[in-house]
Design a protein around this ligand. Structure first.
Ligand code: 4NP
Length: 170
């Protein structure tokens, strides 16, 4: 079993939609017995809350239900997950720092990703400013829709990467 953790700041917008979209994709590809996923936040503001109403709305319009309750990234996560996928650069650095503080080692570099490293539509792949999924929380509904479209694209590429790397299909 491969365990994947998607991480953002509040765990009510970006990482829950990444989790929901990715789980749906894994199910449709018949890989549910081989890949599991979850999500968490680096901040504790929204612990116990359902995803943001606007994010659930966009998910629902695309036949995805989001039931996740926000939780904070914890020390055990660095043992329980094989891959951790950050939504933006700040999340990425926070994950690295927290892994070092809680376990005395950095989470392996080849298992910690920025989700947009898998975005096939990045115009300039070497522009790190573009490697973040935009934080929609204080933005218009259009940004929530953009987040949805980004996680669909990145999820598909990330799954391809996992299948190849772990020889999941013949
Ligand atoms: P998320 O979005 O990290 O994608 O869940 C946010 C949610 C809440 C806040 C910021 C970002 N906040 O400041 O409360």
């Amino acid at each position: 079993m491969i365990n994947i953790l998607f991480v953002c700041l509040g765990n009510i917008c970006r990482s829950p939609i990444a989790e929901g979209v990715f789980r749906d994709l894994v199910e449709r590809e018949g890989l549910s017995k081989k890949i599991k996923c979850d999500s968490a936040g680096t901040a504790s503001y929204h612990i116990g809350s359902l995803p943001d109403r606007r994010m659930r709305q966009i998910a629902w319009e695309n036949d995805i239900e989001l039931n996740h309750k926000s939780r904070k990234l914890a020390g055990d996560d660095f043992y329980n997950f094989d891959y951790i996928v950050a939504m933006d650069e700040a999340n990425f650095q926070d994950i690295r720092n927290q892994s070092y503080r809680s376990s005395g080692f950095y989470f392996p570099e080849d298992k910690l990703f920025l989700f947009r490293e898998f975005d096939p539509e990045l115009i300039k792949p070497d522009d790190t400013a573009q490697l973040s999924v935009p934080d929609p929380y204080y933005e218009d509904i259009a940004v929530f829709d953009e987040v949805y479209r980004i996680v669909v694209r990145c999820g598909a590429q990330f799954l391809e990467y996992l299948v190849e790397k772990n020889q999941l299909k013949k």
